[in-house]
Write a protein that binds this ligand. Structure first.
Ligand code: AKG
Length: 269
């Protein structure tokens, strides 16, 4: 598959999400699984000083997860998040999948150069994992909101192991907490906008991909199972986006090469 159908795109626009089953074939998924495990264990030929690596929390509380800072933090599979994966050729290749280019064309226009806001591994290690509160994927340091995120399952993602949960169609509600620097809802807002009866669990098999509108309300629970929940997620944005911190973002689709920019940012969530 290299392009989405118009019917699929209509579903994405209506619902704020679209699941693409088996987009990545099992052999390619295995390569990504092996690669991320090697990165976690410190065995990969990557520049660790360039990668944000965050250890998981012990008790599942978001505030107790490790610092979101650059560099390897020990040989363990208990990482929660690893960012800056666009600098790894294995992950960059899959980020350039033609379906993701098609989705970017549909969102931003085919002439728009596309940068990577963040390309990250999000993990809920077996029996661990950190609760991620309801939020929208937006940040106040940008002059415009990134609009498209791709979330790829590298393990089965289930309700039991903390798959992403969403409020379908919530991308149409606009920005709910505009003053929060990274889009989190206050508890009172979550009670109103994300009641349990409206939530939907995006259960996926390895190689399935969910396209998510960045304004779609989402979050995820802890992992209550012995199955790890490894995933790779990429946020694509217009490369013309201006960041108030002066950070530059690597180009994924367009003329400027990935290596000619320097991403020095960190991000919350
Ligand atoms: O992988 C997850 O659990 C969700 C990640 C997420 O929502 C985020 O980082 O903004």
């Amino acid at each position: 598959m290299t392009k989405l159908s118009d019917a699929q795109w209509q579903e994405y626009e209506t619902e704020g999400h679209l699941v693409l089953r088996s987009l990545i074939d099992p052999a390619a998924v295995q390569v990504l699984q092996n690669r991320i495990d090697a990165i976690m264990l410190g065995d990969a030929d990557v520049d660790y000083d360039r990668m944000l690596m965050q250890l998981d929390s012990d008790g599942g509380n978001y505030a107790e997860a490790g610092p979101q800072t650059k560099g390897h933090k020990g040989a363990t599979l208990d990482y929660r998040k690893i960012q800056d994966l666009e600098y790894d050729r294995v992950f960059l290749d899959v980020m350039r999948h033609p379906v993701f280019k098609d989705a970017c064309d549909r969102v931003y226009g085919s002439d728009t150069t596309i940068a990577c806001n963040r390309a990250m591994f999000m993990n809920k290690p077996a029996g661990k994992g950190t609760f991620l509160p309801w939020h929208q994927d937006r940040w106040t340091n940008f002059d415009r909101d990134p609009l498209l995120t791709v979330w790829m399952a590298l393990d089965p993602a289930t309700k039991a192991n903390g798959c992403v949960r969403i409020i379908p169609r919530s991308h149409r509600m606009g920005v709910i907490n505009p003053s929060h620097a990274s889009g989190f809802l206050a508890d009172e807002q979550a009670a109103v906008w994300a009641p349990p009866e409206k939530e939907f669990y995006v259960e996926l098999e390895p190689g399935d991909v969910a396209l998510l509108h960045n304004h779609l309300l989402h979050g995820s629970n802890k992992n209550h199972s012995q199955q790890s929940r490894r995933a790779f997620s990429v946020c694509y944005m217009d490369a013309a986006t201006v960041d108030s911190h002066g950070h530059e973002y690597p180009v994924v689709f367009g003329e400027q090469s990935l290596e000619s920019t320097a991403a020095t940012r960190t991000s919350n969530k």
